[in-house]
Write a protein that binds this ligand. Structure first.
Ligand SMILES: NC(=O)C1=CN([C@@H]2O[C@H](COP(=O)(O)OP(=O)(O)OC[C@H]3O[C@@H](n4cnc5c(N)ncnc54)[C@H](O)[C@@H]3O)[C@@H](O)[C@H]2O)C=CC1
Ligand SMILES: N[C@@H](CCC(=O)N[C@@H](CSC=O)C(=O)NCC(=O)O)C(=O)O
Ligand SMILES: [Zn+2]
Ligand SMILES: [Zn+2]
Length: 387
């Protein structure tokens, strides 16, 4: 079928909306109509050329919600009309990693996903006969995409499709890192480095866990008001201090925080985030994605004396078995997704979403594929970007 997709032809070049070809779902795959998708820093990171797995041309995008249109042979757990969230971290119950019960990092299709193709080694996307790569196994910057069944989470039809895309990455990543990776407990002290959507979800998750002191850190003070609305008790900018930010936090907290989270992708900040942790027990969770060739450093003494560095992908959330429950939490009113959505726009305006995120002016921009249905007829949070 012919579809419209935002194609990243090469690194560091704006996306171009093209009419491309999409082959239908093969065995074990499903065709999804994307209703809304939002822009995550990771899409911008890959477009910048810093991602060692970045392949071009590609259809980027991984934070989305859509509707099942068609099933490939053998698909049993989904049906046309189901509302779904694409999963860049799939969940195959037969994967040894999933069976271990220790991780959400399903490896069943990880190799082909990283190579920009479907599990059979081919791409469903092409332009004038030339292959276009898939991205993160999801490629949601297109009207339609094809996904393996194990990479599709069925969610409640009560979830407004105009807003649910943010449940595809930012919110489960941040909240999940707090609950599943760090396991923040009531009364804890928490430092959150980077107040984008992921950092905001860490703050919201930490508040829900009963953290008693949450400190937000960002170089952009325009992020502070929302961070405080979501639960940060205080926000600071490293540029307001002459000493290293970890020393400032250790002093503020009389020894360091119980938990810190790096939500930027900056290896120097990953060091600060470790070193602001309390001696003996403080734990730093790295969420941010750093570029090719970058490495983290600290004095091993930091670890010897009881601080811990760990990492978290998709918040440790099992996409098919746990994400639908997180959507239900939102629908019950346990938390709200509205504060994350700062901008709404059409597919054609997608490069504006990149510009806003790069300039630090947005938290999440939501791209609406059928603006008449989901953008112009809803009372949406965030501004509608004029065409
Ligand atoms: N591990 C995972 O599963 C996931 C990782 N990510 C990664 O998490 C990171 C955050 O993603 P988003 O929230 O979408 O990004 P974002 O771009 O919206 O937010 C990043 C924030 O960091 C701030 N910042 C930049 N440099 C800083 C510094 N030196 N000190 C303090 N603050 C600084 C920026 O002002 C901005 O507010 C990215 O690296 C992204 O690739 C995103 C989703 C999932
Ligand atoms: N391709 C990069 C690493 C990118 C990365 O770390 N991705 C995260 C999700 S980021 C979402 O916004 C992730 O889940 N990683 C686990 C994985 O298996 O990819 C590189 O090669 O460095
Ligand atoms: Zn993401
Ligand atoms: Zn940049």
């Amino acid at each position: 079928m012919k579809i419209r997709a935002a194609v990243a032809w090469e690194a560091n070049r704006p996306l171009e909306i093209e009419e491309i070809d999409l082959d239908g779902p093969k065995e074990g795959e499903v065709l999804i109509r994307i209703v809304t998708t939002s822009l995550c820093h990771t899409d911008m990171f890959t477009l910048s050329g810093a991602d060692p797995e970045g392949l071009f041309p590609a259809v980027l995008g991984h934070e989305a919600v859509g509707i099942v249109e068609e099933l490939g042979a053998g698909v049993t757990s989904l049906k046309p009309g189901d509302h779904v969230i694409p999963l860049y971290t799939p969940e195959d119950p037969n994967c040894p990693y999933i069976k271990s019960g220790k991780t959400n990092l399903c490896q069943t299709i990880r190799k082909t996903q990283g190579a920009g193709v479907m599990p059979d080694g081919t791409s469903r996307f092409s332009y004038k006969g030339k292959k276009i790569h898939h991205y993160m196994g999801t490629s949601t910057f297109a009207e339609y995409t094809v996904l393996p069944e194990i990479a599709v989470a069925k969610i409640s039809k009560e979830a407004p499709l105009a807003k649910a895309s943010v449940m595809g990455c930012a919110i489960p990543t941040g909240m999940g890192a707090v609950r599943n990776t760090a396991k923040v407990e009531p009364g804890a002290t928490v430092a959150v480095f980077g107040l984008g959507a992921v950092g905001m979800a860490v703050i919201q998750g930490a508040k829900m866990q009963g953290a008693l002191r949450i400190i937000g850190i960002d170089t952009n003070p325009n992020k502070f008001a929302l961070a405080q609305q979501l639960g940060a008790h205080e926000c600071i900018s490293p540029s307001d201090f002459s000493q290293p930010i970890q020393d400032v936090i250790v002093e503020m907290t009389d020894g360091g925080v119980d938990y810190s989270f790096e939500c930027i992708g900056n290896v120097n900040v990953m060091r600060s985030a470790l070193e602001c942790c309390h001696k003996g027990w403080g734990e730093c969770t790295v969420i941010g994605v750093a570029g090719a060739g970058e490495e983290i450093a600290t004095r091993p003494f930091q670890l010897v004396t009881g601080r811990v560095w760990r990492g978290s992908a998709f918040g440790g959330v099992l996409g098919r078995s746990q994400l639908p429950g997180m959507v239900d939490e939102w629908l019950r009113g346990d938390f709200d997704v509205d504060p994350y959505i700062t901008h709404n726009m059409t597919h054609e305006q997608i490069n504006t979403a990149f510009d806003l995120l790069h300039a630090g002016k947005s938290i999440r921009s939501v791209i609406h594929f059928q603006p008449n249905e989901t953008m112009l007829t809803n009372s949406l949070p965030g501004v509608i970007v004029p065409a």
